[in-house]
Design a protein around this ligand. Structure first.
Ligand SMILES: Nc1ncnc2c1ncn2[C@@H]1O[C@H](COP(=O)(O)OP(=O)(O)OP(=O)(O)O)[C@@H](O)[C@H]1O
Length: 244
């Protein structure tokens, strides 16, 4: 479904952050990306989701080369790829339902500007909030929700366009164990039930081992480990993190 060949990224003037990365992602995979701070995980995710320009390499999505997307490809990418930043932008003064609807900006830009939404759109938005266990908080202002709840609103917002690929940078960083469990379980179910692919950085190895279907270990801008998810051996941890 998604193929990357020889992705390299150099930040000017000469900071080579990713080197010759290649991989293939199938529908329904939940890939956890682990690695030390500064190894290039965020840059990799930003490149995959076209948040960052590639220095070289090729990106093929469903047999189409989208390395340098034109306007139509960009529109399609906006629908099929969702990028969830570590600190996603949410409007704290608007309700959870309204925030989720803002994820529809591609489909109804004018309505999003005017702030009006139809009854059906509201129901759609509530459906997605229900999926992340937040239906009862739909009318609350986002600023009044906990960090974990806000993250779940951001996930619902990312999901409302029905993406095929969700790229998430540290979706559970700073969250308590219960919210962490809830969100990762959610993502896992979405992969299984909707055949969505998730590529997410996770700072704790045991979370990657428990929830993902595949683990990538990134070190110095390369994927040095690519295995079906299972408990890592000490050698594998050393390969990814160096001396531990
Ligand atoms: N916009 C940028 N301009 C220049 N250098 C950058 C830029 N973004 C990232 N880098 C550099 O790329 C390297 C990798 O950063 P990246 O954020 O991808 O690492 P990471 O593995 O996600 O780290 P962390 O776990 O701490 O978030 C770092 O040395 C960083 O300074």
């Amino acid at each position: 479904m998604l193929t990357v060949r020889n992705l390299s990224k150099v930040f000017p003037p000469d900071n080579q952050v990713l080197s010759q990365i290649s991989f293939q992602v199938d529908a329904g995979e939940f890939i956890a990306v682990i690695g030390s701070s500064g190894s290039g995980k965020t840059t990799l995710l930003r490149c995959i989701s076209h948040q960052e320009k590639w220095t070289s390499g090729q990106l093929i999505y469903n047999s189409i080369d989208i390395t340098k997307p034109g306007p139509w490809d960009r529109f399609k990418l906006g629908k099929d790829f969702a990028y969830l930043e570590e600190k996603p932008f949410l409007n704290r003064n608007k309700s959870a339902v309204k925030n989720v609807l803002m994820g529809r900006v591609y489909q109804a830009p004018l309505r999003m500007v005017t702030g009006l939404s139809s009854r059906n759109e509201k129901i759609d938005s509530m459906d997605f909030l229900e999926k992340v266990g937040l239906l009862d908080k739909g009318e609350k202002k986002v600023g009044q929700l906990s960090g974990g709840e806000q993250q779940r609103v951001a996930i619902a917002k990312a999901l409302i366009l029905g993406p095929k690929v969700l790229v998430a940078d540290e979706p559970v960083s700073g969250l308590d164990p219960k919210s962490t469990e809830y969100i990762l379980q959610d993502l896992k179910s979405l992969c299984k039930e909707r055949h969505m692919s998730v590529i997410a950085t996770l700072h704790k190895v045991e979370l990657a081992e428990r929830f993902a279907t595949r683990i990538w270990g990134v070190s110095e801008g390369r994927i040095v480990l690519d295995i079906p998810a299972r408990p890592l051996t000490l050698n594998e941890k050393m390969l990814v993190f160096g001396q531990i």
